[in-house]
Ligand binder design. Structure first.
Ligand code: NAD
Length: 321
């Protein structure tokens, strides 16, 4: 049986995707890799871990051969705010890395998962119930790499029969690893600050409405689309998926149901606000529901309850050490 390679495995998603994949497919069959040399997360500590720079094709070829890889979850990328601070590097990592992954997949017959984003849309995209097929003219380098990445996946699927599968993920909320420089990082940060300090200063305006998803739903979606019957997949670029469409003020209100004294104030970062303003308010994910049975389990209320419980447990455990 072939193994699964995860690139960028020490990031926000990889730190939880690796344990989830290991739980389904076995520890030794999931190879966590990242640019960072020293494994610093629980995900890497327990699974086979290797250093891998996805901009170096030779390293990818060697890893695929050495570990007999049959599927690649390609997570390595610069996120929206980090990419805007270093656009040239973002192109090199996001596009160069994906191209190398698709080439190695073509050579060895691997299946590929590509995480696109709501950042693949832009100001001219319909903002509400954003359709699966619509205008994609993003104004960020992150978005440019995500649209181009979606099209490259489509091309490799039709031209070379590479089994590519992708999701347009919304902002992800999680408590295991800190978010890595995205525009929706405020949501996860708000929960952490609420539990630790009882207050949070948000870098987006109170009414900024964006799609969000709790990490357990995102992990389920990634594994589900990779395991779906290939004949049912109409889209090989990326499927819209969402779980909720919320504003910072609404998340703060949901937190106040559990921590009544929680205080939120706003110090708007113009760069991240401009990025958020260029993105949709809510996606139509009916194609994912129809084609491979996508159905999120967590709404805002359920996510808030679980996030606060988990963070309070972690804080109590840290204090008792
Ligand atoms: N987190 C979200 O809210 C979100 C939403 C939509 C899409 N995505 C996409 O999901 C993927 C993973 O996101 P994340 O939140 O885990 O990001 P992250 O920033 O937390 O992690 C990315 C990881 O990639 C690694 N990396 C960077 N350059 C590399 C290289 N050259 N070679 C190998 N590894 C390298 C970093 O060390 C880091 O551990 C990205 O493609 C991102 O665009 C994330």
């Amino acid at each position: 049986m072939s193994s699964i390679l995860v690139t960028g495995a020490l990031g926000q998603i990889g730190s939880e995707l690796v344990p989830a994949l290991r739980a389904s497919f076995g520890n030794d069959r999931v190879i966590a890799t990242d640019l960072r040399v020293v494994p610093s997360s629980a995900a890497a500590a327990e699974a086979p871990y290797d250093h891998l720079d996805c901009t170096e094709p030779q390293q990818l070829h060697e890893a695929v051969r050495r570990y007999d890889i049959g599927a690649i979850y390609h997570l390595a990328a610069l996120l929206s705010a980090s990419a805007e601070a270093a656009p040239q590097l973002a192109w090199c990592v996001n596009m160069g890395g994906l191209y190398n992954v698709l080439e190695v997949a073509r050579a060895y017959g691997c299946k590929v998962f590509f995480p696109s984003s709501i950042g693949a849309f832009g100001p001219s995209t319909p903002k509400d119930a954003t359709p699966q097929d619509t205008i994609q003219r993003p104004t960020t380098i992150y978005g440019v790499t995500k649209v181009a990445g979606e099209m490259l996946c489509d091309y490799y699927a039709s031209r070379f029969k590479v089994d590519t599968r992708g999701l347009r993920l919304p902002g992800l909320v999680s408590y295991v690893a800190a978010p890595g420089g995205g525009t929706t990082d405020y949501a996860a940060e708000m929960f952490v600050h609420a539990v630790r300090y009882g207050r949070y200063t948000c870098f987006l305006k109170a009414g900024t409405r964006l799609d969000m998803m709790y990490m357990p739903d995102a992990l389920a979606a990634m594994i589900q689309v990779m395991e779906a019957d290939a004949r049912r997949l109409r889209y090989r670029n990326a499927y819209n998926v969402t779980a909720m469409s919320v504003t910072p003020a609404e998340i703060a209100e949901a937190i106040r149901q559990h921590i009544p004294d929680f205080v939120i104030d706003y110090e708007v970062d113009p760069v991240r606000q401009a990025i958020a303003d260029s993105w949709p308010r809510s996606l139509d994910d009916s194609a994912a529901r129809d084609d491979w049975g996508w159905a999120p389990k967590y709404d805002l209320e359920a996510m808030t309850k679980d996030m606060l419980t988990r963070l309070q447990e972690r804080l109590a455990a840290a204090r008792s050490r």
